[in-house]
Ligand binder design. Structure first.
Ligand code: ARG
Length: 257
C-alpha cells in the first residue's frame, strides 16, 4: 500500500517533469536549465552587404556577427533563417523567428507589428545612377524609373517621388543590375549596400545628396518583452565593451566615405 503510493507520486512527478521539459523546448528564448543551449532564431535577407550576405554556404556580415555576439551573451545558439525581406516581420510576429536582424530601419508603420530593440546603427537612403546621368540629386528623380528592393524603406521613399515609376526587385543587387543594363534610371537603397554594389558594378556612382536619416534595430515580437530586455542588455554590453564598434569596423572602413 505504502509502496504503491510512492510509485504513483513518482509517476506524477515524472510526468510533470517531462511536460515541463517539453514546454521549455517549445519556447525558444527561455533558458533551459543545464542541457543544450536554447536556439535564438534570426530571420534575415542575406542580400544586403555588408550587413548580411552569402560567403560560400555561410551567411556573414555585421548583423550575423552582432546576433552571434548577442546569442553568446544570452547563452543561446544562433540559427539564421534566410528569407525575402518582406517575410521577416511576418516570421517574427508568427513566432517562426525570435528576432529579425536585417539592416532593418525602425519605422512607425513597422512598430505597429513588432517591437524594436535600441538602435545599433544609423543609415541613409541614397541614389545610385549611371556615371553619365543627368540626375544630380533626389529632386531630379521626378518622372523617372526608379528601382528598389521590395518592401524596403527605399521602396517607400521612391513611391513618394512625383510621377516616378517604381520598379520593385526581390534583391537590391537586381535593381543595380537593371540600372547597369539601362532598364531603369536610378536605384534608391541604403548607403552601405549601395557602396558595395557600386564597387562590384561598372559605370555607376552614388549621388552626394542623401534622402533620409534612419536607424537600424532588431525586430522582436510584441509580446516578447522578456527577450527584448535581454537583447537590449546584451546590446548595451556590446556597446560598452567596444565589441559592437569592432564588428562594424571590420566590415565598414572609416575612410571609405
Ligand atoms: N533599411 C531598409 C529597410 O529597413 C532596407 C533593409 C534591407 N535589408 C536586407 N537585409 N535586405 O527597409
Amino acid at each position: 500500500m505504502k509502496l504503491k503510493k510512492i510509485v504513483s507520486v513518482l509517476l506524477v512527478a515524472a510526468c510533470v517533469f517531462s511536460l515541463a521539459a517539453c514546454g521549455s523546448k517549445k519556447d525558444s528564448g527561455e533558458s533551459e536549465d543545464g542541457g543544450k543551449a536554447d536556439k535564438l532564431v534570426m530571420a534575415t535577407n542575406a542580400e544586403f552587404p555588408p550587413y548580411e550576405y552569402h560567403e560560400g554556404d555561410e551567411i556573414v556580415g555585421i548583423d550575423a556577427e552582432i546576433a552571434e555576439a548577442i546569442a553568446e551573451e544570452l547563452g543561446m545558439e544562433l540559427e539564421i533563417e534566410d528569407m525575402a525581406f518582406d517575410s521577416i516581420i511576418p516570421a517574427v510576429t508568427a513566432g517562426k523567428a525570435d528576432i529579425g536582424v536585417a539592416g532593418m530601419t525602425v519605422t512607425e508603420d513597422r512598430k505597429e507589428s513588432v517591437d524594436f530593440s535600441e538602435p545599433y546603427a544609423t543609415a541613409t537612403q541614397v541614389v545610385i545612377v549611371k556615371e553619365d546621368s543627368d540626375i544630380a540629386g533626389p529632386d531630379d528623380l521626378v518622372g523617372k524609373k526608379v528601382g528598389v528592393q521590395l518592401g524596403t524603406t527605399g521602396d517607400i521613399c521612391a513611391s513618394d517621388i512625383e510621377d516616378a515609376t517604381v520598379e520593385q526587385y526581390n534583391k537590391g543587387f537586381e535593381a543595380v543590375q537593371a540600372l547597369t543594363q539601362g532598364k531603369i534610371d536610378a536605384v534608391v537603397i541604403d548607403g552601405q549596400p549601395a557602396k558595395e554594389f557600386v564597387k562590384e558594378a561598372e559605370g555607376l556612382k552614388i549621388l552626394d545628396e542623401a534622402f533620409t536619416e534612419e536607424e537600424y534595430a532588431i525586430a522582436i515580437a510584441k509580446d516578447n518583452t522578456e527577450l527584448k530586455d535581454q537583447i537590449n542588455d546584451a546590446l548595451a554590453k556590446l556597446k560598452d565593451s567596444g565589441k559592437l564598434d569592432e564588428i562594424i569596423g571590420k566590415y565598414i572602413k572609416a575612410d571609405a566615405e
